[in-house]
Design a protein around this ligand. Structure first.
Ligand code: ZN
Length: 279
């Protein structure tokens, strides 16, 4: 009798251990699909349209398409809250980012985003905000955001403002804020520290409420960039790798978010079809 009981116990234990991996697999949360689109300038002038400039009508059609296909936009802060378990993502989340801080972000994109109940993320270059604060130019087609315009936009809340470096938006001597060939780790770190410190100091001095994220110019970064960005308090980083993000709250995943550039023209619409194909 004792022997039979032990045998039964052993059998149950074996069955349980065989089933356990399936149970835990079923309970494991599914990865979050987060596609992100990247715009730059929006213009009403057809002569401007191209790889990095879409028309205002095109931008609105994209928003209509996203809404018709059930997408809801999330902000950087929503994403960080989700990562921390404090925010429930909508069924089909996406992010709309607008790089380089042209005035069209505020003049054209912001009202349209608000009209459709969407939000966006504007990555501004500090030295450019400074230039347009100094020269006072405020042409919606030709100028960039001043610090004051960036501050007002961030306060309204439809478009968050994030860092696109102070002055590392060039391809020479380094590609964006990545490490140069042959540059020592300490020299690179010092250059990055100078740039990011200046950005954060000036944004703060001008009262710009930043979301804690950075968009790497040209999507270029090195391993040391990620750790420096983290040390500066950036909790999310946008690259230009064209991929739909599959997020599972793993360490550092928000510091290499992929995005799809949306160029002008019908060909540009194919990025949204890619989002749907992999759904
Ligand atoms: Zn840029």
């Amino acid at each position: 009798m004792q022997k039979t009981r032990i045998l039964w116990f052993a059998l149950c234990l074996a069955l349980l251990s065989a089933l356990l991996p399936f149970c835990s697999a079923a309970e494991a949360p599914e990865a979050l699909r987060l596609p992100i689109v990247m715009y730059h300038h929006i213009s009403r002038d057809p002569a401007q349209w191209g790889t990095y400039v879409v028309s205002e009508a095109e931008f609105e059609r994209d928003l209509q398409w996203l809404r018709a296909h059930g997408y809801e936009t999330v902000s950087v802060r929503n994403l960080l809250d989700w990562e921390a378990g404090r925010f429930n993502m909508p069924e089909k989340p996406c992010m709309i980012t607008l790089d380089d801080g042209p005035r069209s972000t505020m003049a054209y994109a912001e009202p349209l985003l608000a009209k459709y109940g969407f939000c966006g993320v504007s990555a501004v270059i500090g030295s450019v905000c400074q230039k347009f604060s100094d020269n006072g130019e405020a042409d919606d087609e030709l100028s960039s955001l001043s610090w004051e315009a960036a501050r007002e936009m961030a306060e309204r809340g439809t478009v968050e403002v994030i860092c696109h470096t102070w002055d590392m938006h060039s391809l020479s001597p380094r590609r964006g804020c990545s490490r140069m060939e042959g540059e020592s780790e300490s020299a690179y770190r010092a250059a990055l520290t100078r740039d990011l410190s200046r950005f954060l100091t000036e944004a703060d001095a001008h009262g710009v409420l930043l979301a804690p994220a950075i968009a790497y110019p040209y999507g270029a970064f090195s391993r040391a960039t990620t750790s420096a960005a983290r040390d500066f308090g950036f909790q999310a980083a946008f690259t230009c790798e064209e991929k739909v993000n599959m997020l599972d709250r793993s360490e550092g995943e928000l510091l290499r978010l992929g995005r799809f550039n949306r160029p002008h023209g019908a060909a540009g619409e194919k990025i949204f079809r890619i989002w749907e194909e992999n759904c």
